[in-house]
Design a protein around this ligand. Structure first.
Ligand SMILES: [Ca+2]
Ligand SMILES: [Ca+2]
Length: 350
C-alpha cells in the first residue's frame, strides 16, 4: 500500500509540473481547460486499464516494408533501382486519421494508390474503394501551425497529402518533413530516432488524409471488446506503367489506423506512439498541442476532426481546436467515432 501511495504522489507531481508548464496564460479559456482536466483525471486513472483491448499494443510500434519489382520497370533505370522500384514503408506510430508512409523510390516518378481493405462498422460499405494520394503540402508546427510552408532544419514540420480520385505522379523523395532534436537528443515529430542536431531529424513520411481514413474501432458497449483495425493497402506504380494491369502495381503495404482518439502514449516523459488505450495521456497531449507546447505530439497525431460552421466534420483540417479536445474526452468516456459514411469516395463501387 505504501508503494501504491508513493506512486500516486510521483504521478501527481509529474502532472502538476506538466500543467505548470502548459497553463501559462497564452489563450483565453486555458483556465477552463485546466479545471476540466483536473476534474476528469481521477476518473482517468480508474478507467485507463479497462479500455485496453485484448492483445495490447502489438501494432503500436509497427514498422513494415514492402519491396519488389514491377514488371514494367523502365529499362533505362539502374539495375539497383529495378529491384527496388516499389519501396513503401509504413512508419512508426499509427494515427487515428492518417496513414503515415514512406514512399521510397528516389529519382522515380510514381503514383500511390490506396485501397480500402477492411473498415469497422459502419464503414465496411467502403471496403474495396480505390483512391490516390494527392500532392503533399508542408505544415510547420513547432509552436503554431503554418500550412503551406516548407519544413526544414530551422522550421520543423510534416508533409501531408489528401486522398483524391486521380493518380498523382511524383518523385516523392523530394518531399521531406523535419522533426526537431530535443535536449534528450531524440527527434520529436518524426521517427523518434537519436539525433545531435535537427539535421538528423529529416522525416520522409507522407501523412495521407481524407474522410475515407477512419479510425480503428473498439466497441466498449459489448463484453470483451475486440479492436477492429481499419486497414488499407498502399501500392506504388511507376509513371511508365499502364494502370490497367494489376501486375504493374507494387506489392501492397498494409497500413492500419489507431483507435479513435488514441493519439499517444507516454514513456519517460515523452509522448510516444498510440497504445490502444484512450486515457489521461491522450487528453494531456491534446491540451498540450492546443497550447502549442513544443513537446506535444505531432499535429498529424492530434488532428482528428475538422471544424465547420455547424460543428466537427470528418475531414481533418490541419489545426487543433477545441473540437479535438471534445473528441478525445468523449472517446475517453467510451464514445465511438461520431461520423457515419457519406457518399462512396470517388464514386467508386466497392
Ligand atoms: Ca493512448
Ligand atoms: Ca482539427
Amino acid at each position: 500500500m505504501k508503494q501504491y501511495r508513493k506512486g500516486v504522489v510521483v504521478i501527481g507531481c509529474f502532472f502538476f509540473e506538466r500543467l505548470t508548464v502548459m497553463f501559462r496564460p497564452k489563450r483565453n479559456g486555458t483556465a477552463v481547460l485546466a479545471i476540466l482536466f483536473l476534474t476528469i483525471q481521477p476518473v482517468a486513472w480508474s478507467q485507463q486499464e479497462e479500455t485496453r483491448p485484448p492483445g495490447g499494443s502489438t501494432l503500436a510500434d509497427q514498422v513494415d516494408l514492402v519491396r519488389g519489382a514491377s514488371v514494367c520497370a523502365p529499362t533505362d533505370a539502374p539495375a539497383s533501382q529495378l529491384a527496388y522500384d516499389v519501396d513503401l514503408l509504413v512508419v512508426n506510430s499509427r494515427k487515428s486519421r492518417s496513414l503515415s508512409i514512406v514512399p521510397g523510390n528516389p529519382g522515380r516518378s510514381t503514383a500511390l494508390r490506396v485501397t480500402v481493405v477492411d473498415l469497422p462498422t459502419p464503414f465496411e460499405i467502403w471496403n474495396g474503394v480505390e483512391m490516390w494520394v494527392g500532392p503533399p503540402t508542408g505544415i510547420c508546427e513547432l509552436g503554431a501551425q503554418v500550412v503551406g510552408c516548407q519544413p526544414s532544419e530551422t522550421e520543423p514540420g510534416i508533409m501531408v497529402a489528401a486522398l483524391q480520385c486521380d493518380p498523382h505522379f511524383a518523385d516523392w523523395s523530394q518531399f521531406s518533413g523535419y522533426g526537431f532534436c530535443t535536449t534528450e537528443l531524440i527527434c520529436l515529430h518524426s521517427l523518434d530516432q537519436p539525433c545531435s542536431t535537427n539535421a538528423d531529424c529529416a522525416d520522409p513520411a507522407i501523412h495521407v488524409q481524407g474522410d475515407a481514413i477512419v479510425p480503428s474501432r473498439l466497441d466498449l458497449s459489448v463484453v470483451d471488446p475486440i479492436l477492429h483495425s481499419a486497414t488499407y493497402a498502399v501500392q506504388a506504380v511507376d509513371v511508365t506503367c499502364s494502370l490497367d494491369l494489376p501486375e504493374n502495381f507494387s506489392p501492397a503495404l498494409s497500413v492500419a489506423t489507431a483507435r479513435w482518439a488514441d493519439v499517444t502514449s507516454l514513456s519517460d516523459g515523452v509522448f510516444k506512439a498510440p497504445d490502444d488505450v484512450v486515457n489521461t495521456f491522450d487528453v494531456l497531449a491534446t491540451i498540450s498541442k492546443f497550447q502549442a507546447f513544443a513537446r506535444a505530439p505531432s499535429l498529424v497525431s492530434i488532428d482528428v476532426v475538422g471544424l465547420g460552421s455547424s460543428g466537427p466534420t470528418p475531414v481533418v483540417d490541419n489545426t487543433v481546436t477545441i473540437s479535438e479536445l471534445v473528441a478525445i474526452i468523449g472517446a475517453f468516456g467510451g464514445a465511438n467515432y461520431p461520423f457515419v459514411p457519406g457518399a462512396t469516395p470517388c464514386g467508386g463501387t466497392p
